[in-house]
Ligand binder design. Sequence first.
Ligand SMILES: [Zn+2]
Length: 354
Amino acid sequence: MNARAASGKDMAQQEIYPIVDGPVSAGIWSRIVDGVYWARIPLPFRLDHVNVWLLEDGEGWAIVDCGIDSAEVRAIWAQLLASLPGERPITRIIVTHGHTDHIGCAGHLVSTLGVPFHAPLIEWLSARLRHAASLTTLPDATASFLLRHGCDETMLQAFDDERLRVSQYLGAPPAELRRISNGDRLQVGGRSWAVIVAGGHADEHVSLYCEADGLLLAGDQILPRISPVVAVFAHEPDASPLGKYLISLDQFLSIPEGVLVLPGHGLPFRGLHARIAALRQHHVDRLDQLETVLAEPKTAFEAGSILFSRAFEGGHRRLALGETLAHLHVLVQQGRASVRTDQQGRQIFYRTGG
Ligand SMILES: [Zn+2]
């Protein structure tokens, strides 16, 4: 690449990712705009970090998202809490959704700081249920779900080990909730945030939009570079999270293209509509690939091993199988695929389109 092309690319990158001096290491707050700070919490997964935010809240700061619960992350929080801008106290904790990388450390922070906890009801409840289930062995319904989608008996434990590995990082969620609902306005200090509840990645994922300052705290609903996990799991085997996710993207189109998006993972970015179009296209492409793969009838496990081979090899089979099913369910809804049950009780998906 010649120098001119390289600098042109750098300029384009800078327009998309305007915050050049972001957090270089865990335990440091970086200013985004007045009254909004950003820090990163490391994750022991393939996705190696989650973003957390500080919003000026009158006399203190509200925290948005918390990271996982572990000795390392508690130590990072101790460091972050000791270096709050202006040495003002934490007023409350808000989480965008109930996944472990966002709510994991919330219980620890709420009990340490004695502050209120805000989240959507279903996200809080589902985290509490997952926490309660984290000590149980593989439920029968999960085993039957996995077997019917093409896993063999020997794989069941490996699949469940993936669930247990993540659940060790989910601390007991706070016992008390201040509920956030779709359409609410959340007043945090001098800023008023519109609450956008959307499905697909989680059942009641919350994004916060401040029109006055052109800021969108997107959580995981819209991420730069990667597409959020949209997956079917055993507890709701017929769900269509991808259908919900694609609908949810429309909710964001009324927000101006120029907003600064503060995502749950990755760098703050501009270009909301372009990113929504890319995420939509990503799923359209996946659906097309999957339809092609189904020219030979397959279980979800077989189809997923082809479509998500890297995830299947890399210890993320539970998510990859769930993502495959999310796409399969949309293909079935669109009349492009159908499903039958074979003699072993396995669900076989096959292409029906032209
Ligand atoms: Zn996340």
